[in-house]
Design a protein around this ligand. Structure first.
Ligand SMILES: [Zn+2]
Length: 315
């Protein structure tokens, strides 16, 4: 299957009508995961995440445009969680590639970022000086916690406040799509009866719209409120520390806290990111797998470590 086939398959999963495929996608398959997510995470160096079916970038750490390569023209939206340098220093490179590279140089790009972010303001000032007079269809939108933003035709992007830095406002994001499902009061009806009513033109009486979270990202954060991401298909959560005593300031989550958020929210797939580079991976990974086994979280669990997605379920 070519690249195009993969994209179509991944998009199918996120089509509101394709409930069946959404259920079948349990998040344990490496190739499916790589179809959906690409990213990089090295705490204090560079962090970004590309959600291909949603055409959404979360954060823009350094090296982003090199990793995207010819896909540099794909993103329509970049959602910045906060203005720390390891999350925004890739913006100049991304924007330069979009402006001067070979491709859809006039494709609009929208950057959402937390209002009052000093780090983002610094990058904007740099770009303003470097690209003075250059016309580029670039929109900067300052976002307040609680804001609902457009994301394509069928989805919205919601920003929520998270606890991170004392000097930089920080947001998490979630993508909500409206799905149609059978009203619970008809759940006991035989399939033949449901089909017959639908054929009689009573389809709309049978169905109701429900909001579904397809994707959520905590950004750098202390553990988020599970109520914010209830039932999400995919949650990316800060997981900087393997143990609580390693944390000196209340600005990042531990791996166990992230697992607990995922368990309490009943998410299907959890991706941990931002694991501190203080931990030797040869000992950290078995420790993390043991934590997962004891966490009560039964979904699929991955660690994004640099550009690698490491499956943590099983051995
Ligand atoms: Zn940070």
């Amino acid at each position: 299957m070519g690249i195009q086939g993969h994209v179509e398959k991944a998009n199918l999963y996120y089509t509101p009508k394709s409930q069946k495929l959404a259920i079948a996608w349990a998040g344990h398959n490496r190739f499916e995961m790589q179809d959906v997510l690409r990213g990089f995470s090295r705490a204090m160096y560079s962090n970004w995440l590309w959600h291909r079916p949603l055409q959404l970038l979360v954060d823009a750490g350094e090296g982003l445009q090199l990793a995207l390569g010819t896909k540099v023209f794909s993103p329509s939206v970049v959602a910045i969680t906060h203005g720390h340098s390891d999350h925004v220093m890739g913006l100049p490179g991304l924007i330069a590639s979009r402006r001067f590279g070979k491709g859809a140089v006039d494709k609009p790009l929208t950057i959402y970022y937390p209002e009052h972010s000093r780090g983002v303001r610094a990058v904007r000032e740099l770009l303003g000086i470097a690209f003075e007079g250059v016309v580029f269809p670039l929109t900067w939108t300052a976002v307040a916690p609680g804001a609902t933003l457009p994301l394509g035709k069928t989805r919205t992007l919601h920003a929520f406040e998270v606890r991170h830095s004392a000097t930089e406002p920080a947001l998490g994001y979630k993508v909500i799509e409206t799905r149609r499902r059978l009203k619970p009061e008809f759940a006991a009806l035989p399939q033949a009866e449901i089909e017959s009513r639908a054929r009689d033109g009573r389809r709309d009486d049978l169905l109701e719209d429900v909001a579904h979270i397809t994707f959520a990202h905590s950004g750098d954060a202390m553990p988020i409120d599970p109520a914010l991401v209830m039932g999400a298909d995919l949650l990316v959560h800060d997981a900087t520390f393997l143990s609580e005593p390693d944390r000196r300031e209340p600005i990042h989550a531990t791996t166990e806290e992230a697992l607990d958020v995922a368990r309490a929210a009943g998410v299907k797939t959890l991706v941990l990111y931002h694991l501190s580079i203080r931990y030797d991976r040869a000992t950290a990974l078995p420790a993390l797998r043991a934590q997962l086994a004891h966490s009560g979280f039964t979904g699929a669990c991955w660690l994004l470590d640099e550009s690698e997605l490491i499956h943590l379920n099983g051995a």
